[in-house]
Write a protein that binds this ligand. Sequence first.
Ligand code: ATP
Length: 193
Amino acid sequence: MKISKLRLSGFKSFVEPATLFIEPGLTGVVGPNGCGKSNLLEAIRWVMGENSPKSMRSGGMEDVIFAGTQSRPRRDFAEVVLQGEDDGGDEMEVVRRIERGAGSAYRLNGRDVRAKDVALIFADAATGAHSPALVSQGKIAQVIAAKPTERRQMLEEAAGIAGLHVRRRDAESKLRQTETNLERLEDIMAGLD
Ligand code: ATP
């Protein structure tokens, strides 16, 4: 997929709504230390479904909401909108919003969707929250030091097959449920004999 626009509001240090246009080609983000460069990358990960506190450099889910400064009160919600084109060339807009005490909600092209649906879209496109295309500080050293299983995971994500694992787990759980239903049916049938 192609990402063309990112809109943030109340996300980490981006208290005021901010829109970034991502043009074709290489995009660089420059600025002094602590100005929010890494927060931008985290916003992309977050809208794709990331929840891991480690990846988000935060303690809890709500820590992504602007926490306030001496001169500005904290915000009650954070929202990130990612616009672009899917692999078929169709326009796509994904929105993730979190409100204090109410958790996260996602919208895909204006419709409410589950976190899982969003994660699947990006996992299939090999652009997910853990995509090797998003290289954060310290990541290179991490790749070098990674265990073989972790490296395999990175390669699977790069190859775009990570989504298949999610589908496999879903299918296996449905299969187990069906087996349980069958056993229950056999018990009922035995009772009827
Ligand atoms: P460096 O170049 O040092 O890595 P950077 O430009 O990547 O810096 P970030 O790490 O993205 O900067 O931004 C850090 C800033 O974001 C800090 O000033 C921190 O206080 C602020 N910040 C992070 N989370 C929140 C939050 N929930 N509310 C308000 N500010 C936040």
